[in-house]
Design a protein around this ligand. Structure first.
Ligand SMILES: Cc1cc2nc3c(=O)[nH]c(=O)nc-3n(C[C@H](O)[C@H](O)[C@H](O)COP(=O)(O)OP(=O)(O)OC[C@H]3O[C@@H](n4cnc5c(N)ncnc54)[C@H](O)[C@@H]3O)c2cc1C
Length: 448
């Protein structure tokens, strides 16, 4: 009987469990919540989304759009639930967090081949095959076991969460609904700032109080997700060239791009929960309250979730693992999700599909067919398996791809379209040539 143990019922753990269970594996999925909470999860649900509710762009000329399209070719399960839980978000795949995690939990808990155990795992001594998918907030004891097992120090950086507010408590007349460059529907409430308002905001961020990190820890952040205070420390205008960028968002009342813009994105279907796009911060809650109340149209704003900051661990995959994400020293032990050197919700889910394919191939006694390098998934896997001095987690981007499209004077969009078309064709061929890796769903009775 083919059995697999998966530690961590987050995004990666659930995708891997569902993939393998559909291939006839008996899956034991161990999740430590609610008995042992993490600093960021709020519920006992599986596949809980801890921060932004965006799975990013669906456009094929974007790296995230291409990544999702390739994952669809490989039969991604969680993207189906994400689409069913979608909220309007322009060309992005925005999701209602509760519908999403509720949908995944129901599918996993009722799958005949999956048994969910609410238990914390503290050691790497597991029956194989096994997958560690415990995420950036891995439990302390398992984290220590990983440190002891790794050849390098445990690696970490900080990840911050942006605040969310009650949409009904924001005065919509101060802003206007639009998506950047008119792409997709007008799903963002844009609050325009003039120069004076913007400078006041920057001054406040500079003078606010912040939650301190431990004295022994260096403050390291993921470059694509910097807290607003770090951006402000880099310069007066950094914020308005970053998350408060006004380009492509002309105010219909003036016909001009404002000096700066704060975007609010719906995080629930009704729009009652709205997130401040890119406003992640480690400001104290008292200061956040003050900051939010001084924003235009927000004098009576009700804060539903404050921004916070968390230490986010990952492993030095190039030294630890052979392709695909398999521990060199412990054959049969795999890593998936954020600890496996990828960064982001969608990337974490992607890594779980790759590990599920690799375990399937091993169970069939066949080598795992290499994922084409010309694809975004192949490129991300190449990145995590290439030794480098200062290994850092990576999210999908076109810079990882072996070709950037024929350059010349053509626009970036045209070049990216070309790369994406070739990548998707390569992924479709991969699936067609290796159809034995993608059997029709099989179920075994009486496991749960
Ligand atoms: C504070 C913060 C904010 C983030 N914001 C974003 C964002 O806005 N956008 C984005 O794309 N990505 C974001 N990320 C990064 C990352 O994409 C997410 O953390 C994502 O959920 C990672 O998926 P995962 O499956 O690896 O981990 P998770 O989804 O965290 O799942 C891991 C699961 O393992 C469980 N677990 C941990 N240890 C044990 C154990 N010892 N035994 C049993 N169970 C255990 C946890 O309870 C959890 O349910 C953020 C990360 C953090 C920490």
């Amino acid at each position: 009987m083919r059995e697999v143990t998966i530690v961590g019922g987050g995004l990666a753990g659930c995708e891997a469990a569902w993939q393998l269970a559909d291939r006839g594996f008996r899956v034991r999925l161990c999740e430590m919540r609610p008995e042992t909470p993490t600093g960021a999860h709020k519920t006992d649900r599986l596949a809980e989304i801890v921060c932004s509710n965006s799975f990013k762009s669906t456009l094929l000329d974007t790296a995230s759009g291409l990544l999702k399209a390739e994952m669809e070719v490989l039969g991604c399960r969680l993207l189906g639930v994400a689409r069913d839980s979608a909220v309007p978000a322009g060309h992005a795949l925005g999701i209602d967090r509760e519908l999403f995690s509720g949908g995944v939990t129901a599918r996993i808990e009722t799958h005949p081949n999956i048994r969910v155990e609410r238990t914390r795992i503290d050691s790497l001594d597991l029956p194989t095959p096994a997958i560690i998918a415990t995420g950036p907030l891995t439990g302390d004891a398992l984290s220590a076991a990983l440190v002891a097992h790794c050849t390098r120090d445990h690696l970490y950086f900080y990840d911050a969460i942006a605040p969310s507010v009650d949409g009904d408590s924001v005065d919509p007349s101060v802003g206007y609904w639009a998506s950047r460059y008119g792409k997709g529907d007008a799903d963002y409430l844009n609050i325009p700032f003039d120069k004076e308002q913007y400078q006041k905001l920057v001054e406040f961020v500079r003078g606010a109080e912040y939650v301190q990190s431990h004295a022994f820890e260096e403050e390291k952040y993921f470059e694509a997700c910097l807290p607003i205070e770090v951006l402000v420390a880099r310069g007066e205008d950094t914020l308005r060239f970053g998350p408060m960028k006004p380009r492509g968002l002309p105010d219909p009342r003036t016909g001009r791009d404002p000096y700066a813009v704060l975007q609010l994105r719906k995080e629930s279907r009704e729009g009652s929960l709205m997130g401040l796009v890119g406003f992640q911060t480690r400001m104290t809650w008292a200061c956040q309250k003050e900051l939010l109340r001084m924003l235009p149209g927000c004098s009576d704003v009700s804060v539903l979730r404050f921004g916070t900051i968390h230490r986010n661990i990952f492993l030095d995959i190039p030294s630890l693992c052979a392709p695909y994400l398999q521990d060199r020293a412990r054959p049969g032990l795999h890593y998936a999700g954020q600890i496996s050197g990828v960064e982001g919700y969608v990337e974490s889910i992607m890594s779980a599909i790759v590990v599920a394919l690799s375990i399937t191939a091993a169970a069939e006694g066949r080598p795992m067919p290499p994922i084409p390098r010309a694809t975004m998934i192949g490129s991300l896997m190449d990145y995590v398996h290439t030794p480098r001095k200062n290994f850092q987690p990576m999210n999908a981007n076109f810079g990882l791809m072996p070709t950037q499209g024929n350059g010349g004077r053509r626009s970036r969009k045209v070049r990216h379209d070309e790369v994406s078309t070739a990548a998707l064709a390569a992924m479709e061929s991969y699936r067609a040539e290796n159809d034995w890796l993608f059997p029709a769903p099989q179920s075994l009775p009486n496991f749960a």
